[in-house]
Design a protein around this ligand. Structure first.
Ligand SMILES: *Cc1c(COP(=O)(O)O)cnc(C)c1O
Length: 407
């Protein structure tokens, strides 16, 4: 808790540099490519690796540097690189660590586009051995690790299915063969999970989500420890990766309120998760801060908080009922992404493991609980569930068939 309080104070004070902001409390948006040197000696200094002065807009500029330093400090890492989206941060961090013939372990619960990249680019086109693993494996992952395993990727909780991973145990196994541990830390943010204290080598933020926090920019940040930084930095430079200063400015602005926003997302999401857990039409709530969650003990051991995104498995319902549920919702929008101020709901395809549906016939939904009054959000879900499941008994013209289904 003390840790969180300290971070809230840091969030207010980090990333201020009155030398470049001419006294303004915020570092302004620096747009541009060319950065002039006063003389040849200064120019030579600028080109030295990791010098504090910047030499070209693609490498960094005061706005971008303010953001990378702020994120690196919060994550507890060495240095950070910016990317134009969260997905670009994930893919380039992987490209930076891997070579032809290397073995890569990726959890089955990984963010869908990263799974697609691993299969379609890394495995099919680059000769990397990609192996998916059950996310709940802890130290048993040792049996999958080979001498040429170069990266063990982790994401906790998993996208869509919300399994919590035992990252310290996985990191011990990975480090035994010198592999790098890459984490997608978007859900917890550096406020609620400290990656480098748990054995991670590169921590990735889709800053599009909570860091920016207002659904008005796309941005990715990857932070490395000292061991992984040369590889991450190389990949960012070799592929010409950078991000726009306007988006970086929006991320910095968003981060000022990250602490208060997350406190509210956390409290509201928990209230709604508990309400849904006791709702008769809900089979299961996938939220790691609930005692019923299979990963709750590890979450409690390693995380200092939970955020606004979680899963709900509804009792089986027809397409017409599902459609009515979404039509009846007034406050939850239907849309991709999350981490903004607004509440969102999406139906998810039933995830499969080894060919078997994870939650049987149930309907998986993903909810992002935004900053609306939680009581209003709860009422919204309650009335939409009532309307959807009432379609069975009262309003359906094929009543007989549905009565049979219910039995
Ligand atoms: C959204 C998301 C990303 C990708 O971020 P974009 O900025 O949309 O590219 C990566 N990982 C996770 C877990 C996400 O939810």
């Amino acid at each position: 808790m003390q840790d969180c309080d300290y971070q809230n104070t840091r969030l207010t004070h980090l990333g201020r540099d009155t030398r470049v902001s001419a006294g303004f409390v915020n570092v302004p948006v620096c747009r541009g490519s060319t950065i002039l040197a006063d003389n040849l000696e200064q120019w030579a200094q600028r080109k030295e690796p990791d010098n504090p002065y910047v030499s070209y807009g693609r490498f960094t500029n005061p706005t971008l540097q303010t953001l990378t330093q702020a994120v690196a400090e919060l994550e507890g890492g060495f240095q950070a690189s910016l990317f134009p989206s969260g997905l670009a941060a994930c893919t380039h961090a992987l490209l930076g660590m891997l070579e032809v013939g290397d073995h890569l372990l990726i959890p089955d619960s990984v963010y869908g586009p990263v799974r697609a990249f691993a299969q379609q680019v890394l495995a099919s086109r680059m000769g990397i051995q990609v192996q998916f693993y059950e996310p709940s494996l802890g130290e048993e992952i040792a049996s999958l690790i080979r001498p040429h395993t170069k990266v063990v990727y982790v994401e906790s909780p998993g996208s869509a299915t919300f399994e919590i991973q035992d990252i310290p145990a996985i990191a011990r196994c990975a480090h035994a063969v010198g592999a790098y541990v890459l984490l997608d830390n978007t859900w917890a943010t550096p406020l609620f999970f400290k990656p480098f204290e748990h054995g991670v080598d590169v921590s990735i933020q889709a800053a599009t989500k909570y860091l920016t926090g207002h659904s008005d920019a796309l941005l990715g940040v990857a932070t490395a420890n000292e061991r992984a930084w040369p590889l991450l930095r190389r990949a960012a430079h070799d592929f010409g990766q950078t991000a726009g200063p306007d988006d970086a400015f929006l991320a910095l602005r968003g981060m000022r309120t990250l602490g208060v926003r997350l406190r509210q997302h956390q409290a509201s999401a928990l209230q709604i998760a508990r309400f849904l857990e006791h709702h008769p039409q809900v089979q299961q709530v996938l939220h790691p801060a609930l005692e019923s969650h299979p990963g709750h003990a590890i979450w409690k051991r390693d995380f200092t908080g939970s955020t606004g995104l979680f899963g709900v498995v509804l009792e089986p319902l027809s397409q017409a009922q599902l459609s009515l549920f979404f039509k009846t919702l007034r406050l939850f929008g239907i849309g991709l992404s999350w981490g903004g101020f607004e509440s969102l709901a999406l139906p998810m395809d039933m995830p499969k493991r080894n060919g078997r549906a994870l939650f049987g016939q149930g309907q998986l939904l993903r909810l992002h609980v935004g900053l609306e009054e939680p009581q209003h959000l709860q009422q919204d879900l309650a009335q939409a569930l009532d309307a959807a499941y009432a379609l069975n008994t009262s309003r359906n013209t094929e009543g007989l068939c549905l009565v049979a289904q219910q039995a």
